[in-house]
Design a protein around this ligand. Structure first.
Ligand SMILES: Nc1nc2c(ncn2[C@@H]2O[C@H](COP(=O)(O)OP(=O)(O)OP(=O)(O)O)[C@@H](O)[C@H]2O)c(=O)[nH]1
Ligand SMILES: [Mg+2]
Length: 703
C-alpha cells in the first residue's frame, strides 16, 4: 500500500489514509479529511518502517481527541520541521554517497513494484468479488439510530430460518433490557421514598434540573471530549445537571466539532439554517433515550405524590427489586465471555468505553477480568459487546435442555449460515435454560439464604413486583412529571413483563428486533440468501455494522473503500433529545451534520446513499402527545404538527443537503422508516436490495 492511497495528504488537507502499526492497537484510526475529521491524531513522531511486503510508516500517537478544531491541524503537519511530515520523512539523508543513493533508489523501486503488485491483486480480488455477486452494504448513523436493527431485519428477511432459530439467544439481552428499564424507574423515584440503596450510581436516565448556574459549573470544569468532567459521574445522584447546548460554527465540519457553547435564549434551534442564531430549545432533553425536560426534581413533591397515589408496598418492592442487581451482573458476565477477542479494536482508553469494560482498571486494554469474575460493579453505563457471533456462540454452547417438553422452542442453530464470523455452535434440543448448564452464573444473595437461582427464575419470582411498580399510579405520575418517556427509549419491554419473565420465555421475532445491544467496533456480516429469498438466492451479502457513538466513528473510514451502497439512518424522533455520549449535542443536529459529512466525502462520491429517516413511529407518538416540532426546529414554522408533514419536511431538508454537498450528482433515495416494524420495512428493504444490486452490476461493468 502506498503511503497516501487516496487524496493529497496533509499538505493538501484532503483525505489521508495512513497504514498504522497494528501493534499499537490503534488500527484504522488515521483518517483525516477536511470534510470528515472524525478523529484527529496528534502525531508525536513518524519513523520509516518497512515490512518486507508492505512499505509503510509507523506513527506514534501522542493523543487522540474526537473533537479538535481545524486550527489544530497545522500541528499535525508541523511534525518533522516540514509542512508535510511524510515528505520530510522520505527526503534523502544528507551526505548520501553515490552507492548509498543507488542502493536507496533500488530499494524504493522494489518497494514501489511490490506496492503496485499489491494494488493489482486487490483490484483483481475486487473484480472476482463482483463476478461472484458479492454485494457490500454499509450501515451508518449515530448511536441508537437503528443500524443493528436494520441488520437484523435483513437477516430476518433473507435468512429467515437462521434468524428464527437464533431468537432464543437474545433472551439474556432482553432480560437485561427489562432490568435496565426497572432501574431507570427506581432511580427516578425520590430516594427518600423507597429506603433502598439500590441506585448507587448517578442515574443515567433520570431527569435533573437545568439551571443556568449549573450549566456554567459543568462547562468550566470540562476536561474531556464528552462534555462532562469525571467528577460529574462521581457526584451524588441528586446533583443537578443541565444540558449544554452547542452548535458547530461551520456546519460541514462535522467532526471537527468547533462547537460554541451558547447561553440560553428565547430563539429555537434550527439546524437547517446556515446562519443559526439558535440557542438551546426550551425543554431540550438532557438525558439519552427517554426525553427529559427542564423539570425540577422537587423530591418532597414526588414523595407526596407517591404517598397519595402510590402503593403502600412500594418501599418493600424496591427492597426486593434490589436482587435485580445480581441478576444484571450475572447476565452481563454471561454475555461478555471473551475479553481478549471482544476487546479487539476497541479503544479502551476512551472514557466512554472504559466505563463499561474496565471499571477501575485505568489504562488497561483488556477487560478487568478480576472484577468480572467476582462481583461485577454496579454501573449505570450501557452494556455493550462487540458485534459478531462470538457472544451468541458462547451462549449457545451453554444451552441445555431442561426437559419440560416445550416443543415450541426450536433447537439452537448453527450460526454459520447467517453470519460468518467465528462462532459455530452446538445444537441442542429444546426447551432451553441458558443458565442451567453449569451453574456458573447462578446468583447467591445473602438476603435469601440457601437460595441459588438462575436469573430467569429470579426474574420470574420478581414478576409481580416489577408489574406493580410499572403500573403504579404514583410511579407513573412521577415519571410523567419528570418527562421520562420510557416507551420511546431503546429496549422497552415493560409492557411485556408477564411474558418475558415466564420460565419458558423464548423471544419472538419482534422481541429480537426491539432488543437493544449497543455495538462497539465494526463487523462485517456475510450471509448468503436462502433459497426462500427468491431470485436473489445465492447472492452473497456483506453488511457492515458499526458502532455509532462519537468515539466509534473513526473506525468507519476504512470501510468506505469498496462499498456498493450505504444505508444512513437518521432517527428523526430525536429532535428534542441529546446524545448519550455527549449531552451538549442535540441528536437531530448530530444526524444532520453527519449526513453532510457522508454526502460530501470524496471517497464515497460514487457510492449510492440510502437515507432512512428512522423512528417515524416514535416521532408520530411524540407529535401526537403534543410536543411541537417548531419549538425545536424554527424553520418548521407553523406547518401542521403531524407525522406526514414533519417527515416530508425532513425528507426535503436531507435531500437538499445531499444535492448541495455531494461531489458528484447522485439520486436521492429517502425513506421514512420504523425499522422495528417488519411489515413496512420488508418492502423498503426489497427496494434497497434491488437498487444495490443494480448499482453493483453497473460497477461490475465499469471494472
Ligand atoms: N420504536 C422504534 N424503535 C427502534 C426503531 N429503530 C430502532 N429502534 C430501537 O432502538 C434501539 C437502538 O437500535 P440499534 O439498532 O441497536 O441502534 P444502533 O444504531 O445499532 O446503535 P449503536 O449500536 O449504538 O451504534 C433498539 O432497541 C431498537 O429496537 C424504530 O424505528 N422504532
Ligand atoms: Mg448497533
Amino acid at each position: 500500500m502506498d503511503l497516501w492511497t487516496r487524496g493529497t495528504g496533509p499538505g493538501g488537507a484532503d483525505i489521508a489514509e495512513i497504514s498504522v502499526d497494528r501493534t499499537t492497537g490503534c488500527w484504522c484510526l488515521a483518517a483525516v479529511s477536511e470534510q470528515l475529521v472524525l478523529s484527529v491524531l496528534v502525531v508525536d513522531s513518524v519513523d520509516r518502517w518497512t515490512e518486507p511486503h508492505r512499505p509503510s510508516v509507523r506513527i506514534s500517537i501522542k493523543h487522540r481527541c474526537s473533537s479538535v478544531p481545524p486550527a489544530t491541524m497545522p500541528s499535525i503537519r508541523a511534525v518533522g520541521n516540514s509542512d508535510d511530515p511524510f515528505e520530510s520523512m522520505l527526503r534523502p539523508p544528507s551526505g548520501e554517497t553515490a552507492d548509498q543513493k543507488a542502493d536507496r533508489i533500488r530499494r524504493e523501486e522494489e518497494a514501489k513494484r511490490i506496492s503496485q503488485a499489491i494494488d493489482e491483486s486487490l483490484k483483481q480480488e475486487r473484480i472476482e468479488r463482483k463476478k461472484r455477486r458479492v454485494v457490500r452494504l454499509l450501515l451508518l448513523g449515530q448511536s441508537e439510530s437503528g443500524k443493528s436493527t436494520t441488520l437484523r431485519q435483513f437477516q430476518r428477511l433473507y435468512t429467515p430460518t437462521a434468524f428464527r432459530q437464533e431468537r432464543v439467544l437474545w433472551r439474556s439481552v432482553i432480560q437485561l433490557n427489562l432490568i435496565r428499564s426497572i432501574r431507570t424507574i427506581l432511580e427516578a423515584l425520590p430516594s427518600g421514598s423507597g429506603h433502598s440503596s439500590y441506585p448507587h450510581s448517578p442515574p443515567r436516565y433520570s431527569s435533573r434540573a437545568n439551571s443556568h448556574s449549573d450549566y456554567h459549573r459543568s462547562t468550566n470544569g470540562r476536561n474531556n471530549s464528552h462534555g462532562h468532567t469525571k467528577s460529574d459521574y462521581s457526584r451524588s445522584p441528586s446533583r443537578k445537571r443541565s444540558p449544554k447546548y452547542n452548535h458547530y460554527s461551520s456546519s460541514h465540519h462535522m467532526a471537527s466539532t468547533t462547537s460554541q457553547t451558547r447561553s440560553y435564549g428565547s430563539a429555537t434551534l434550527d439546524i437547517f439554517e446556515e446562519d443559526r442564531e439558535s440557542s438551546p430549545p426550551p425543554g431540550a432533553s438532557s438525558s439519552s433515550a427517554p426525553s427529559v425536560a427542564n423539570i425540577s426534581p422537587e423530591f418532597d413533591t414526588d414523595d407526596r405524590i407517591l404517598a397519595a397515589m402510590g402503593s403502600p408496598a412500594l418501599p418493600e418492592i424496591r427492597d426486593r427489586l434490589e436482587l435485580l442487581r445480581d441478576v444484571e451482573n450475572s447476565l452481563i458476565r454471561k454475555l461478555i465471555l471473551d475479553p481478549v477477542r471482544e476487546g479487539e479494536g476497541v479503544d479502551l482508553e476512551d472514557d466512554e468505553d472504559r466505563g463499561r469494560w474496565a471499571h477501575g482498571s485505568g489504562k488497561s486494554k483488556a477487560v478487568d477480568w478480576a472484577a468480572a469474575s467476582g462481583s461485577w460493579p454496579w454501573t449505570s453505563e450501557e452494556v455493550f459487546i462487540r458485534p459478531g457471533t462470538a457472544w451468541k456462540g458462547a451462549l449457545a454452547k451453554m444451552v441445555q435442555p431442561v426437559g419440560d417438553g416445550d416443543s415450541d422452542i426450536p433447537p439452537v442453530p448453527s450460526l454459520s449460515n447467517s453470519v460468518t464470523t467465528r462462532a459455530t455452535t452446538t445444537a441442542s434440543s429444546s426447551p432451553i435454560d441458558l443458565f442451567a448448564a453449569n451453574g456458573m452464573h447462578s446468583v447467591r444473595r445473602p438476603s435469601c439464604p440457601g437460595i441459588e437461582d438462575s436469573p430467569t427464575s429470579i426474574l420470574n419470582r420478581l414478576r409481580e413486583d416489577m408489574m406493580t411498580l410499572w403500573h403504579d399510579r404514583g410511579v407513573r405520575e412521577v415519571l410523567r412529571r419528570r418527562k421520562l418517556r420510557l416507551e420511546e427509549g431503546p429496549g422497552f419491554f415493560l409492557n411485556d413483563i408477564e411474558r418475558i419473565t415466564s420460565l419458558k420465555y423464548t423471544p419472538t421475532e419482534d422481541d429480537v428486533l426491539k432488543a437493544r445491544l449497543k455495538t462497539v467496533g465494526v463487523s462485517e456480516y456475510k450471509f448468503e440468501m436462502e433459497a426462500s429469498a427468491g431470485k436473489e438466492s445465492g447472492t452473497e451479502w456483506r453488511i457492515v455494522d458499526v458502532g455509532g457513538s462519537r468515539s466509534q466513528r473513526p473506525t468507519w473510514v476504512p470501510f468506505f473503500d469498496d462499498v456498493d451502497a450505504i444505508i444512513f439512518l437518521a432517527p428523526i424522533s430525536g429532535f428534542d433529545q441529546v446524545l448519550t455520549e455527549d449531552r451538549s449535542i442535540n441528536r437531530l443536529e448530530d444526524s444532520v451534520l453527519l449526513w453532510k459529512a457522508i454526502c460530501s466525502n470524496k471517497l464515497l462520491a460514487n457510492v449510492e446513499l440510502v437515507l432512512f429517516l428512522n423512528k417515524c413511529d416514535i416521532l408520530d407518538q411524540k407529535l401526537k402527545s403534543g410536543v411541537r416540532l417548531s419549538k425545536y426546529v424554527r424553520s418548521f414554522g407553523d406547518r401542521p404538527n403531524d407525522l406526514e408533514t414533519a417527515s416530508k419536511y425532513f425528507r426535503s431538508k436531507f435531500n437538499a443537503i445531499q444535492r448541495e454537498y455531494s461531489p458528484n450528482p447522485r439520486k436521492f433515495y429517502g425513506f421514512c422508516t420504523s425499522v422495528t416494524d417488519t411489515n413496512t420495512t420488508a418492502g423498503i428493504l426489497a427496494s434497497v436490495r434491488d437498487m444495490v444490486i443494480r448499482q453493483h452490476l453497473k460497477q461490475s461493468k465499469l471494472l
